[in-house]
Design a binder for this molecule. Structure first.
Ligand SMILES: NC(=O)c1ccc[n+]([C@@H]2O[C@H](COP(=O)([O-])OP(=O)(O)OC[C@H]3O[C@@H](n4cnc5c(N)ncnc54)[C@H](O)[C@@H]3O)[C@@H](O)[C@H]2O)c1
Length: 248
């Protein structure tokens, strides 16, 4: 994979899967915009990549805000000239039982996990259309495929919604040279699972045929491949990366 001359925005790039994507893209030549609510964390990633002579810039964004998302894209294009790749990775998990979910909690998870994917993709379109080239990769989840096991239903709903957006964008944007794909990871060893009680974690591991959680880099490998020219004929796909928990 060679991303030389390409500019990639990774939302939620300060840690976990997003950080893994930033590292892999930068190692393969991309200018990487690490876009995260956690500016300090994003700056740490920027420093670590720049120290290796790679090209990276941290940008603060709360993907819940459409104005912030538009500003993120404008800033990225201002820094590097355009935007070629967008990885919609920022997301939150919740574990609230059905009967306890409030309207505020529901709206919050929908805004962060789903609304952001639509508006970030909308915001990069002018740049990608101009070049007739673009790659959008969305982070769905196994929970969007099977309804989820340990998570709240707001999470499952947003991750299923991302599959609908991925396919809808893919069919509408193919004529503009833009590939839109998603990956649906199973449980992956990042901070996002820290909110789950230990017995849920043990239960989850016991249900994974490969017998372990995924590693951040194993998810990033598939995400970044789908943003590469090697995957040029793939669009509208939802790739399961879950240790055998779900086959489609
Ligand atoms: N880890 C898993 O088991 C797993 C499984 C399936 C899907 N996913 C999805 O992969 C993506 C990344 O997950 P992860 O485990 O690496 O998460 P993580 O919690 O380790 O990291 C998420 C990053 O997103 C940032 N973020 C959160 N809310 C934000 C907001 N409103 N605006 C900007 N940045 C924000 C955080 O600051 C953090 O840096 C998420 O969309 C998640 O739903 C994760």
């Amino acid at each position: 994979m060679d991303f030389t001359g390409r500019t990639a925005i990774v939302t939620g790039g300060a840690k976990g899967i997003g950080r893994g994507c930033c590292e892999l893209l930068a190692q393969n030549g991309a200018n990487v915009v690490i876009a995260d609510m956690n500016l300090e964390g994003a700056k740490e990633v920027e420093a670590a990549l720049c120290e290796k002579g790679l090209s990276a810039k941290a940008v603060q964004v709360n993907v819940k805000s459409v104005a912030d998302v538009r500003n993120m894209v404008k800033t990225a294009a201002g820094m590097f000239g355009s935007v070629d790749i967008l990885i919609n990775n920022a997301g939150i998990l919740h574990t609230t039982p059905i009967e306890d979910v409030t309207e505020e909690e529901w709206d919050n998870i929908v805004d962060i996990n789903l609304k952001s994917v639509f508006f970030a993709t909308q915001a990069v379109l002018p740049y990608m259309r101009e070049k007739q080239y673009g790659k959008v990769l969305n982070l769905s989840s196994l929970a969007g495929r099977n309804g989820g096991i340990a998570n709240g239903l707001g999470y499952s709903a947003t991750k299923a919604g991302i599959i609908g957006l991925t396919r809808g964008f893919a069919s509408r944007l193919a004529k503009d040279g833009i590939n839109v794909n998603a990956i649906a990871p199973g449980s992956t060893d990042t901070g996002i699972l820290d909110t789950l009680p230990q017995e849920k974690i043990d239960d989850l591991v016991s249900k994974i045929p490969l017998g372990r959680f995924g590693k951040t880099e194993e998810i990033a490998n598939v995400a970044v491949f789908l943003c590469s020219d090697e995957a040029a004929f793939v669009t509208g796909a939802v790739v399961d990366v879950n240790g055998g928990m779900y086959f489609g």
